[in-house]
Ligand binder design. Sequence first.
Ligand code: 5GP
Ligand code: ZN
Length: 163
Amino acid sequence: MSEEGQAGQGGGCLFCKIASGEIPGKKVYEDANVFAFLDINPRNPGHTLVIPKKHATTIMDMGEKDVGKLFESVRYVAEAVQKGTKAEGLSIVQSNGKAAGQVVTHVHVHIIPRYLSEGPVSLEGVLGVKKMPEETIDQIASTITQNLGAAQSPQKGKDEFDF
Ligand code: 5GP
Ligand code: ZN
């Protein structure tokens, strides 16, 4: 939640320090807003992390435009990672909160080169599939829709996609 890194929570934020150059990182890209560097424990060669330079813990702590800027850069770096590693696919993973597997509490997007020889890795394999009655599914959809009222709303289709 902090806008100023996690210094107040003790020890400072690792990724703030990497973005500022205080701790070394294998930088692959940087602009005014984002910093991209190789993961220290790559799941495959070229595994890259893209982070906002400004501290935020989860994407819900960032404004919609800032999340948009972050993902514009993710798309840009992803193309270079794919070409640079000759990856056959890319897993783009972004975890929010401990329950989702987030270890470093500074927003980061993983770009992981993937290959057909590895076999498919799916969330179904990790989480299984929860079968539910249609009534329950409708209730869940309705609850999510109701909560959009309190969520930060996007530009609501004012700008159409270009693709
Ligand atoms: P998470 O599990 O939070 O989604 O991912 C955190 C990632 O940060 C992990 O893939 C981990 O290997 C990477 N990481 C942790 N510490 C460092 C570090 O000091 N330098 C770099 N380059 N990556 C790190
Ligand atoms: Zn940080």
